[in-house]
Design a protein around this ligand. Sequence first.
Ligand SMILES: C[S@@+](CC[C@H](N)C(=O)[O-])C[C@H]1O[C@@H](n2cnc3c(N)ncnc32)[C@H](O)[C@@H]1O
Length: 311
Amino acid sequence: MDDFTYDKLKKKIFLDRGFDLDKYGQDYVKRRLNARMMVLNIKRDDWASYLKVIEHNIVEYVPLFDAFSVNVTEFFRDITVWQSLRDTFFPQVIAERRQYRPASLRIWSAACSSGEEPYTIAIILKEILPADVTLSIIATDIDDDALQKAAHGVYYRESLKNLEKNYPGWFKKYFTMVSQPVDPAGAITNHTEKFQIADEIKRMVAFKRHNFLIDRAPSQMDIIFCRNVMIYLAAPVKDTIMDMFSNALAPHGMFVVGKSEIIFLGRGKDYFYPVDAREHIYRKDRRLVGQSVYPPVVERRKDADDQKKPV
Ligand SMILES: C[S@@+](CC[C@H](N)C(=O)[O-])C[C@H]1O[C@@H](n2cnc3c(N)ncnc32)[C@H](O)[C@@H]1O
């Protein structure tokens, strides 16, 4: 294995585009690079040949970054998490927020991919949020294509299957079929039927391009979702982003991670404690439990101004 050329390739990508591959797990990086190289007919681990491609064709960065944005997602992904949030944890946080006037709820979906996760949050809150609570949902990702799809709000039936099965009323209420083309074999399938999300849900989410490894994070969030992306990161980077997410959360804020992600290694365990270990739902600062945990209303108003600045 040619480690010297591999390092040179990583350095070139960093210098050209500021994309630091060392922040992601080495196995993941090599798998994604090899996947892209295979498309170009370059032999496995032949970093020298790929370096030449990058040196002679800057357009190569587009498919390369595509290869790194594994955008797999769906509405109500891991359904039991959403059931737990809907029945227990959203009502809990809402009740806490209503102790203060004016009551507001701020949510950040970090690494939102094409929007299925923040729209899932919006649908549930549309149904259960009392009218006296103002809501802000910020949804961010590094992938422009994914964000464009999110803004468009059109999805294949396949990505809506958990919603359709578990909350059929909401599926009917918030989605309209826009096209029903047949596949090459002449069949209508979950991968041919497309649905448009309702404007009232679309309006609830503000999408922005944001790299949570380098860009300034929003502040005073009541709930942060960062699901199914930390698994790709290298261990020391996970510690750094635990600092960042903890700072971005309001006191006793809630943090929801992916079902295969453990934040209890490294610094995560200093900041968060599980309130539903099975569903990977955490809260910040155990020592604040049972106390009046939110800053006074005046301070919240000052922070609310921060919200208007770009994340
Ligand atoms: C597998 S998707 C997760 C989508 C959604 N959170 C879910 O669980 O269904 C991972 C997303 O992380 C995004 N991503 C990767 N690194 C990122 C970073 N440093 N900042 C923001 N988004 C990132 C990718 O572009 C991709 O859309």
